[in-house]
Ligand binder design. Sequence first.
Ligand code: KDG
Ligand code: MG
Length: 405
Amino acid sequence: MTSRIEKVDVIVCSPSRNFVTIKVTTSDGLVGWGDATLNGRELAVASYLQDHVAPLLIGLDPDRIEDIWQFLYRGVYWRRGPVTMAAIGGVDLALWDVKGKSVNRPVYQLLGGAVREKILTYTHTVGWDIPALKDALDVNLARGFKALRVQSGVPGLDSVYGVTQGVGGYEPATRGAYPKLEMWDSGKYLRHVPKVIEAAREHVGPDIELLHDAHHRLTPIQAAQLGKSLEPFGLFWLEDVTPGENQEALKLIREHSTIPLAIGEVFNTIWDFKDLIINQQLDYVRCSVMHAGGISHARRIFDLAALYGIKFGPHGPSDISPITMSASLHVDLSTPNLGIQEFMGYDPLVSEVFHSSYTLKDGYLHPGDNPGLGVEFDEKAAAKFPYAPAYLPYARSLDGTVTDW
Ligand code: KDG
Ligand code: MG
């Protein structure tokens, strides 16, 4: 007898930071877990799922993942956007988890099986100044990482994206009912960052991959200047140099620099990437597997990119839950044009709630061989950590104008 979706629950919890989790229970007793976290807009996605999606799923056949995806995307007049696509992506992940469990196989086996043994991974390396950055590089090298994202403070600015001044790890969102203000100045950043990357390259030698994220801050010509100035240091990629809305900007940057460009953590669909891919204006597709509609849709984006020799490097910050992290790893292991996987890591409290089978060894991740996605969500533990309002900061330039964070 065909299995049916019997129940859909949406759970928002906050073990150090907020996560939105979907639980799909089927008539044959299987439970699939999905992640639909959207940093700073968690309750919007939770309501979209709870109020508008869950009632539609009851009674459907969980095996029909693609049909359900089409129904939730094309079957709704108001489509695309981060809230909708995180919700669809979360359902997609839960259904892949169910399918894997129903045949007792890890999801990567259902995607065609492994095309590599392990997944090259980069993590964040943060130092407020260059000596602190060198110490942080040493720590991550000792952990076995072969690829490191490098971010540092900028003289004259009190806070900078991706870096913390004090002790404790960097976390982009801060708890509280109002977003924190950060002041920004692109000139100061542009004058300082080449010194940082040069020092990092000198410190790690030629064989460690270095990456840098400009986090949507620059104008097209500033981005071109940055690309040119960082070229001697052999970056693996330069990420999000300009805001994602103006895709033409990347053409101008290309005219001035051969630095590899990564963009797209805020993109949600293949339509957001289509022109950049077919015009070969990027080198790495950067969407998160969940924010881009789940395994079913993200894989289509990666396949389109493959036609043009473009690779993908899934978004993996602390603000996607270990369920998305694991889903990314199943795709990474089974899709030929992987470039690299981001792994920011999690606060220890997160593993009290999410029990994951993936492993990290010598700078490489592997999803493990548990059936489904390999992450089980502990509802009892989650209940100890209720939702706490938290927001990403926003930025103003030194004259007080709101600018891109
Ligand atoms: O929620 C925002 C974060 O996901 C983002 O700031 C992280 O840019 C990021 C990255 O590359 O991991
Ligand atoms: Mg980024």
